[in-house]
Design a protein around this ligand. Structure first.
Ligand SMILES: Nc1ncnc2c1ncn2[C@@H]1O[C@H](COP(=O)(O)OP(=O)(O)OP(=O)(O)O)[C@@H](O)[C@H]1O
Length: 259
């Protein structure tokens, strides 16, 4: 394995919804150009955690964060941070495909348009390249100006990935991106994740352990303690987490005895 460079370093992170603590004391390095899977039973804070990495967790209202999240050494919770810039650097794809009610082309061009003026030729190039990167170009190149809502669920999800890629993020966060998709669409997204990691750093929440084992380089196993607060139990190379976990709780979960 090449030298690992942390893209994101999470240091002793805790997160509260109002006064209720959802996750506690999480420390993890998310390595550049690697895929990191976050697995664990329902309610252990996987989505909460991933959403703290680009601060969209703050859209939930009265929340509180303790600890640090550093993106290439810079604390993203520094009050001087530019949130728009941060979210351009750390893109996100959600569980349910959420294309905008506009054309396929406009969905992908949207981020570029709001980021500033671009010539039509530049926009065309960016849209084509993002759709190719998201392995959707061949399926949509003849209907770019039709509504995105007419695409299948799997195509919509790849469109959302193209939309995220068009603004050239450094990191892509994915929160159960395949949970609403059939096995063929899921396979396409998995292949895509595999190919994207040469350019991007990816953190993905998944309920599907086979998927985590297939697509990720590193895996973090989260669970809750008796007070129902989410914690990270173990983090390591995916192969080790699945075949030789150090913690008995990880062993029970990956062997299907729990969760
Ligand atoms: N917007 C919110 N307001 C209050 N509490 C929330 C909110 N979102 C999540 N929680 C709580 O935070 C805890 C962690 O939830 P989270 O959705 O992060 O877990 P998860 O591991 O992603 O679950 P799942 O696998 O079921 O999606 C849960 O107890 C949940 O009820």
């Amino acid at each position: 394995m090449n030298k690992l460079i942390p893209a994101i370093q999470v240091k002793n992170l805790s997160f509260y919804y109002r006064t209720s603590k959802a996750i506690e004391g999480i420390s993890i390095d998310i390595y550049q150009n690697q895929v990191t899977a976050i697995i664990g039973p329902s309610g252990c804070g996987k989505s909460t955690f991933i959403k703290t990495l680009n601060r969209i967790s703050e859209l939930e209202g009265a929340v509180k964060v303790e600890g640090r999240v550093e993106l290439f050494g810079q604390n993203i919770y520094d009050p001087r941070i530019n949130l728009n810039r941060l979210r351009r650097q750390i893109g996100m794809v959600f569980q349910k495909p959420n294309p905008f009610p506009m054309s396929i082309y406009e969905n992908v061009a949207y981020g570029m348009r709001i980021a500033g003026r671009r010539s039509p030729i530049e926009l065309d190039e960016i849209v084509e390249s993002a759709l190719k990167d998201a392995a959707l170009w061949d399926e949509v190149k003849d209907k770019l100006h039709q509504s995105a809502l007419g695409l299948s669920g799997g195509q919509q999800q790849r469109l959302c990935i193209a939309r995220a890629l068009a603004i050239k993020p450094k990191i892509l966060l994915m929160d159960e991106p395949c949970s609403a998709l059939d096995p063929i669409a899921t396979m396409k997204i998995e292949e895509l994740i595999h190919s994207l990691r040469s350019e991007l750093t990816i953190a993905i929440v998944t309920h599907n352990m086979q998927q985590a084992a297939r697509i990720s380089d590193f895996t973090a196993f989260f669970s809750t303690d008796e007070s129902r607060i989410g914690q990270m139990v173990e983090f390591g190379i995916t192969e080790q987490i699945f075949n030789n976990p150090l913690d008995p709780r990880t062993h029970d979960y990956v062997s299907g005895r729990f969760g």
